[in-house]
Write a protein that binds this ligand. Structure first.
Ligand SMILES: [Zn+2]
Ligand SMILES: [Zn+2]
Length: 444
């Protein structure tokens, strides 16, 4: 018998966590946070380091995993698909409740280690790195396979769990990018093989199920960035880029164009350091040969003074792409990090605002402050890391799952996904619409 519990990420964008019970054994996919809840809490002057599991659940910041209390002792593995916080950052709060190892790709595991170190957190679970496209035996009956796919960070995988009944596939998050700037193309060959076998269930990232397109390649974002960095009037002005610290391919493009301009690249902020160092430990990039990383406030202050003296020599990459109040860019704007912006300075948002009211308000405030300083603002120099509707269609055609469970957002997107599956010949009943904390049994 196969049961699934949609623990989190089915009623909001964030705190992804799904539990899969096969006979008497359970595996968990992801343990993520809902970041806006934490930002809100910290904006009110609170410190989240005081919060434990219960406190974080009450805040709505981590999934309420009490819905699988009765499965707790059966958990054999925690399988993590990629390193984004909405997929890994609840690990320090929840993982120890399960006596099971955590499996992920080497980069994902490295980021988890850095995250724990940075927050001075410890867990008893062992962390096990599995190579891209490799399989790992998690019990006598179960195998997990980490299949390479593209997204907006490195070493993202689609996880296939093999059991005697067939295969269950967790594709949350992904995009199909055949021209990645860094990393390999999606392993479509393996996905096609699985599609010709017996895929019982596909849990699918549905964030853009309503967007009728194929998500453009990261190459497109690279070209957008090239246009702004190399083909605008910016000879005497400073260039400031802000993007997701985990978006290593995007950072590579920024570094490449800065080098063409013969400018020095400075990464400012702790999270810039965390993701970059993790990638270097896995030998995926060698940024620190090309970039100066300044993680801490005191050193940032000094560095900003140097930059102001000769601004045309630099490209800054700073945290703050969602307008986060504690980011480097926010601090540069409200005086916590003294810095004089000049008109004609370029501020490039190589990102999209994650459409949550907290983020939207924060970004708006940040852009207002930038406008007051009359800097040049370039927004949306970005393409998404998430699949759109025509990628979903391809995924359904390739994997041909018996059941489909749309994930990574609430009911509205799930309904768009069901509509698409019905167009492709699925029965409505085989598309499982879930809310956080609900269980379903697969009748196959
Ligand atoms: Zn992601
Ligand atoms: Zn996600």
């Amino acid at each position: 018998m196969i049961e699934v519990c949609s623990v989190g990420g089915y009623s909001e964008v964030g705190k992804n966590m799904t539990a899969l019970k096969i006979d008497n054994e359970v595996v968990i996919f992801d343990m993520g946070i809902f970041l806006p809840a934490i930002i809100n809490y910290e904006e009110e002057g609170n410190d989240r380091s005081n919060l434990d599991r219960e406190g974080m659940i009450a805040l709505g910041a981590v999934p309420d995993d009490s819905c699988i209390d009765d499965w707790k002792d059966k958990v054999k593995a925690i399988l993590v698909g990629h390193c984004h916080l909405d997929h890994i950052a609840a690990i320090p709060y929840l993982a120890e409740r399960y006596r099971a190892p955590i499996y992920g790709t080497p980069y994902t595991i490295e980021v988890i280690k850095e995250m724990m170190h940075d927050d001075s957190k410890r867990i008893r679970n062992s962390l096990k790195a599995v190579n891209i496209n490799a399989k790992v035996k998690i019990s006598e009956n179960l195998q997990a396979e980490f299949i390479n796919v593209t997204h907006s960070t490195l070493q993202t995988t689609i996880i296939a769990v093999h059991c005697k009944y067939g295969t269950i596939i967790y594709a949350n998050d992904f995009k199909f990018d055949n021209h990645p700037v860094l990393g390999n193309k999606p392993n479509l060959k393996r996905l096609r093989e699985l599609g010709n076998e017996n895929v019982l269930l596909l849990i699918l990232d549905s964030l853009y199920a309503d967007t009728e397109m194929k998500t453009p390649s990261e190459k497109v974002a690279r070209e957008m960035l090239r246009d702004v960095m190399l083909d605008t009037e910016c000879q005497d002005s400073l260039i400031i880029v802000t993007t997701f610290a985990s978006h290593i391919p995007r950072l590579k493009s920024v570094i490449d164009f800065a080098r063409t301009m013969r400018r020095k690249v400075i990464f400012l902020g702790r999270s810039m350091m965390k993701y970059t160092l993790s990638a270097e430990k896995c030998k995926l990039v060698d940024f620190s040969k090309k970039v100066e990383i300044v993680p801490y406030a005191r050193n940032i202050k000094k560095k900003l003074k140097d930059i102001e003296k000769d601004r045309k020599k630099y490209v800054i990459v700073a945290t703050g792409n969602q307008g986060e109040p504690d980011s480097v860019l926010s601090k540069m704007l409200d005086g916590r990090l003294p810095f004089n912006f000049e008109p004609a300075d370029h501020v490039i948002f190589s990102t999209r605002v994650i459409p949550d009211p907290v983020n939207l308000a924060n970004r708006n405030e940040m852009e207002e402050k930038l406008r007051e300083r009359r800097v040049r603002i370039f927004t949306n120099i970005h393409v998404s890391g998430h699949a759109c509707r025509e990628d979903h269609r391809d995924m359904l055609k390739i994997l041909k799952p018996k059941f489909l469970m749309p994930a990574h957002d609430g009911r509205k997107k799930q309904l768009f996904m069901r509509e698409l599956a019905v167009e492709e010949g699925w029965k409505e009943d085989n598309v499982l619409l879930m809310d956080d904390g609900k269980k379903v049994t697969l009748n196959f």
